[in-house]
Write a protein that binds this ligand. Sequence first.
Ligand code: UTP
Length: 277
Amino acid sequence: MITKCLFPAAGFGTRFLPATKAVPKEMLPILNKPLLQYGVEEALDAGIYNMAIVTGKGKRAIEDHFDNVYELEMQLQESNKEHYLKKINQIIQNSTFTYVRQKRMLGLGDAILSGGALIGNHSFAVILADDFCDGYESGVISQLVEVYKKYKCSIVAIEEIPLNQTSNYGIIEGDLIGNTRNTYQVTQMIEKPDEKKAPSNLAIIGRYILTPDIFEVIKNTQPDKNGEIQLTDALNFQAKQGKVIALKFKGLRFDCGSVRGYLKATNYLARKKGFDR
Ligand code: UTP
């Protein structure tokens, strides 16, 4: 039902400079795999095979990563190193990648709008690959797809954060639905509110299912004081019409756009995979 996943990956990644001067943030590895590949694997796990990537200047390594390298394959063929390419080759084999460039860095809302040409008139998933997620029983996108099947509206993944961090996130106001303990009908969303103005400590993370009317809503969304079009503001419009559900997902999330979050994700995965022994 959800057949496409959009990956906004055009941002400058300024918090990770100078590493991100020539290397796209989304290509930074956790252990031996780039952040974006984890995201693509999460989409595939949810049965989504069309990857639509919004890129920008200096991001060509992304296209090269999801493409065959004939010389390298020939070199490794029938050697004891062939397995290193197995997973990425499976991904290339099983998925379709399309790309569009965001013309100017005008924020996440604008990046999603740029991706519209690759999506068409269908609901779609969105993954911000710099939010590295490890779902407990299933990937976060799979969890959102399950909720989408029931409610057929936009779905956002949320997590509880310390109240003094609300100014770093989009924050929701909402009511728990029925006897669920993790699913909210969203009544309002605010981008990066002060602790005092935050309606809750439930923060939106980089996983969404969006209905295609979002493109029209984004077009009518005013830029913020920095000239950026915020996805949260567009979603707030849908929320006020009762068209946004939030799911407190089961799993862990690391903000790999920051050095601290990246380090935590690396340590977490190294321990989980036994690389620290
Ligand atoms: P971030 O704000 O985390 O990314 O945007 P950034 O701007 O690259 O990072 P800093 O703050 O400068 O360090 C969240 C996601 O939205 C994408 C980014 O690539 C990232 O995946 N994005 C953001 C765009 O694609 N275009 C934009 O104009 C802004």
